[in-house]
Design a protein around this ligand. Sequence first.
Ligand code: R5P
Length: 313
Amino acid sequence: MKILSGTSSLELSNDIADVLDVPLIKVNIERFRDQEIFVRINENVRGEDIFIILSTSPPANDHLMELLIIIDALVRASADRITAVIPYYGYARQDRKSGGRTPITAKLVANLITKAGADRVLTLDLHAGQIQGFFDIPTDNLFAQPVFEADIKGEYSRKERENIMFVSPDTGGVVRTRALAKRFEADIAIIDKRRPKAGESEVMNVIGDVEGRSCIILDDIIDSGGTLCNAAKALMDCGAKDVTAYITHGVLSDPAVERITNSVMKEVVITDTITQPDAVKKCKKIRAVTVSRLIGEAIRRISNDESVSKLFD
Ligand code: R5P
């Protein structure tokens, strides 16, 4: 097995390489003057089982194109099997026709990756589970749940854990929230969220009695921070004791950091699927936990033809 990092995921790839105790493949990823991407794999990969680690995080178009070009280089270099490890799968939120004459980009991107020559995909907390079926190649969708579970156990005492209420910030996240709540035998609440227009969210109702409870909001993505900060405010308005959030993918577009800093939230915990700029790393209310061991172990299991689902038993 050999692993290769795209430019969007160098920090995470280095951590995964440490977990697996293998070096990263030497590769040049450069730009021509007109910004077209050039890739050269600097070692022999003929007949190898290759894992490309690359999040299609912002700028999503550039990183997606880079992934396709790396796959093409590996196909032409006669790699035996190519797995696209996409810790954050961008373009996933357009997973159905939201209106007349609109695209389904989650499917389009799956087609592009498959057509480029990937044999498998490994990803984490897809925006919607059914996107797995948009790929006509084997696709493993990991969950950050065990990483979050361990962190919560470290942060909250046994007594404090009895007062936790897990909260889904919209109806789409209920399954994910219920799964983690079950691990703690805790209650769940649901936010009735509406989007008057793209990029704006509005809380209509809080379903569940959150008075006096330590609320933990779970979500797959924090982008502009509107969904999360509005949900946190609504929970505090309903008498919650405090609000923390565990979000898998920290997209954190402007003005998310500012919103979080000025919000009622105690802390926002994200994972390292997306490399963060200094402004995020310096924000006292944002903390990152690593998914490198989880992804590293999944890569090891895929390479050895072992069960991946066993990781979540
Ligand atoms: C929506 O369905 C997602 O799960 C997130 O809640 C959403 O993408 C977050 O976006 P924002 O932070 O811009 O409100």
